[in-house]
Write a protein that binds this ligand. Structure first.
Ligand code: SAM
Ligand code: SF4
Length: 326
């Protein structure tokens, strides 16, 4: 079967699957007031996850990233990894986590088939970490990262949301930390979402400033591989770790889009900043619905637009990234 392709000849081998909206952190840029339960929601079950991933895999998806909310809050998270890793066609299973349970579970998740991890660490300063995430847990998260490397993962990616006046002053500390570690540090430009007010105005800054600093200090931009994400990656001859910059406000950011998203309640989102999503859940209750499921996904892709409208301050229907999986 031909791979998933949209009207702009972009091909989609990569699915980001949210397994829960719930989170135990209160990041200022995401859930500043913490997670507010919505009593009506029930998240995708193991069987529904198996079917949706099988549908995508049959249409060429090779990599699945499990995200949320905080994915490790799901009690059956290890089984979810197993289910996805055992789906024919899936070669890579990644997750994005705030580090919760990482120290205790890194080995178990590796053994279950997890192949890659992104851990969010917005600051290496414990007080600033607390200020940004609402949790005083930097030490715990750092122990988790050590456990990841000890468990057999070849490398780990660290996500830091770039915040002017806060962690943008931490570049030196971050670079010293990754100097002798197999870590790719990724600065993500703060994206304005529906529920964000003054934070964006006060703390958004362009990754270009970091890029110029890196280039001036002898870091070299790497060529982008076909299956790579949207990060611009930089390496330095004297550093084992690398730096990635994710700049969604930069020109051509969407041209290389290779990912689709399914929310924790089974809606297909063609863009992080798109519309209400396309319902898939009614086609996840039996294996016999696979043909119809795949047809619906393929048809939905014809509606994928060329680019998001963040530049106009338009984040679509996305209230915060925890809602459809950042
Ligand atoms: N809870 C997990 C975590 O924090 O890693 C996974 C979900 S979180 C929504 C995924 C990523 O999105 C995190 O690295 C987080 O820092 C990033 N993120 C959340 N809101 C953002 C925003 N408004 N702008 C840029 N990145 C954001
Ligand atoms: Fe939770 Fe991740 Fe959002 Fe922070 S960024 S509040 S850890 S979902």
């Amino acid at each position: 079967m031909s791979p998933l392709e949209d009207g702009f000849s972009r091909r989609f081998y990569y699915l980001r699957l949210s397994v829960t909206d719930v989170c135990n952190f209160r990041c200022t840029y995401c859930l500043p007031d913490g997670y507010r339960p919505d009593g009506r929601k029930s998240f995708l079950s193991q069987e529904e996850i198996r079917r949706v991933v099988a549908g995508f895999a049959a249409m060429g998806t090779r990599k699945v990233r499990l995200t949320g909310g905080e994915p490790s809050l799901r009690r059956d998270f290890t089984q979810i990894i197993e289910t996805v890793a055992n789906t024919p066609g899936i070669e890579k299973v990644a997750m994005t986590t705030n580090g919760y349970r990482l120290k205790e579970r890194a080995q178990e998740w590796f053994d279950a088939g997890l192949t890659a991890l992104n851990v969010s660490v917005d600051s290496l300063d414990p007080r600033q970490f607390h200020q940004i995430t609402g949790e005083n847990k930097l030490a715990e998260v750092m122990e988790g990262i050590e456990a990841v490397l000890a468990a057999g993962f070849k490398s780990v990616k660290i996500n830091a949301v770039l915040l002017k006046g806060l962690n943008d002053r931490q570049l030196g500390a971050f670079l010293a930390w990754i100097k002798d570690k197999p870590i790719e540090l990724r600065f993500i430009e703060l994206m304005q979402t529906g529920e964000m007010d003054s934070l964006f105005r006060d703390h958004h800054t362009s990754g270009e400033l970091i890029k110029q600093q890196l280039l001036g200090d002898g870091w070299v931009q790497q060529l982008r591989g076909q299956d790579d994400g949207p990060a611009q990656v930089f390496m330095h001859p004297q550093s084992r770790g690398g730096v990635g910059l994710i700049m969604p406000y930069s020109k051509d950011f969407c041209a290389g889009c290779n990912r689709l998203r399914v929310s924790s309640v089974g809606k297909l989102h063609l863009c992080l900043f798109g519309d209400n999503g396309v319902e898939l859940r009614d086609l996840l209750s039996a294996d016999a619905q696979q043909d119809e499921l795949q047809q619906r996904i393929r048809h939905a892709l014809t509606g994928k637009v060329a680019t998001h409208r963040l530049h106009e301050g338009n984040a679509g229907m996305t209230p915060h990234l925890a809602s459809i999986g950042g």
